[in-house]
Design a protein around this ligand. Structure first.
Ligand code: PMP
Length: 331
């Protein structure tokens, strides 16, 4: 049997679980903390699973025709995954993004040939805006295939059929607590559904951005936890269709500074470079691992992407950086 892949899509999934041993020992954590490293997908994020599931189903149903155009609204990672698979399969792509998006992500989208349209970030602070934007996308691109990651069932289905089973198999069914964030809700809805079918007592905990990390009229460009949204105190009609509000047993809010602290700690202590939402999920998992009632339990934290996507955003900028004089200093 050959093990040579013939398309990037052959390389999606089967990401490893890494026990955060040194990080846990340094903090005296009582639970076993396992990180699922989604940045090891070929396009560098958990969204490879979603993008491939959506494109595959659209090809099978005939909704996506050869040479067609794919459009969606994305915080970057879904677009990057869709654009790369589209390049391999011969489709064009066009994405609508907030104008606060990490510059690294825009460059990646363009590398795969995507057209990029930016929208003022503050608009996203107003929940009804998203529906207006979706309407605009459909009007401006009448012949395109709108992937609709917020509502397309192929999104949670990808996690039900891959992420969940991988966690179950790799832990030998020893998983007590799942920690994620919610962008579209695909990860938590699909993964929790599969794991609960095997362990009805599974706890599911979400990391959500605190009020200081969300755009407002007064502060339209705060440091944000890219890719994840607030889900508590949001009217049901404004939650993504792909988010099952019954999936979480608990939601813990935190600010971007906390998420960055956790991401920096994993870089410094484990040599692991993770993104901001992954930092947020790690921060929440750490709180859970410190609780006496969780002693001896296994926590799986699904870490969506790599810190390399947020270098320009300053996630790893620390006061301790030193220079021998060769590195140009900011003016
Ligand atoms: N973190 C990052 C960096 C993401 O790009 C996303 C997807 N937008 C998520 C978390 C959330 O994943 P999901 O859409 O499956 O809820």
């Amino acid at each position: 049997m050959t093990t040579i892949a013939t398309s990037i899509t052959d390389l999606i999934g089967h990401t490893p679980l890494l026990e955060l041993q040194k990080y846990s020992t340094n903090r005296g954590l009582r639970a076993r903390l396992l990180a699922k490293l989604e940045y090891l997908n070929p396009l560098g994020s958990v969204k490879d699973r979603t993008a491939w599931s959506i494109i595959r189903q659209a090809e099978e149903s005939g909704a996506l025709q050869p040479g067609g155009t794919i459009v969606d609204v994305t915080s970057g990672n879904t677009g990057i995954s869709l654009a790369a698979i589209a390049a391999r399969h011969g489709y064009r792509t066009k994405f609508y993004l907030s104008d606060n998006i990490s510059p690294d992500k825009i460059t990646l989208l363009q590398a795969f040939g995507a057209d990029v349209v930016t929208v003022p970030n503050v608009n996203f602070a107003d929940p009804p805006f998203l529906a207006t934007l979706v309407e605009r996308i459909r009007t401006e691109n009448p012949d395109a295939y709108f992937t609709d990651q917020l509502a397309n069932p192929a999104n949670p289905q990808a996690h039900y059929s891959t992420t969940g089973p991988e966690i179950w198999a790799d832990t030998d069914g020893q998983v007590d607590i799942l920690v994620t964030g919610v962008g579209t809700g695909g990860t938590v809805t699909g993964t929790a559904k599969y794991l609960r079918e095997h362990n009805p007592d599974l706890q599911v905990v979400l990391a959500e951005p605190g009020l200081g990390s969300l755009p407002t009229e007064e502060n339209p460009y705060p440091h944000e936890i890219d890719g994840v949204h607030k889900v508590t105190e949001v009217e049901t009609e404004y939650l993504p269709d792909n988010f099952d509000p019954a999936a979480p047993t608990e939601v813990i809010a935190l600010e971007t500074a906390d998420a960055r602290t956790a991401a920096q700690a994993l870089a410094a202590e484990e040599g692991l470079l993770i993104g901001t939402s992954a930092g947020a999920i790690t921060w929440v998992a750490t709180q859970l691992a410190q609780r006496p009632e969780n002693a001896g339990k296994t926590i799986v934290a699904v870490l969506p992407d790599s810190g390399e996507r947020y270098l320009a955003a300053g996630t790893f900028a620390t006061a301790s950086a030193q220079t021998d004089g060769r590195v140009p200093q900011p003016a």
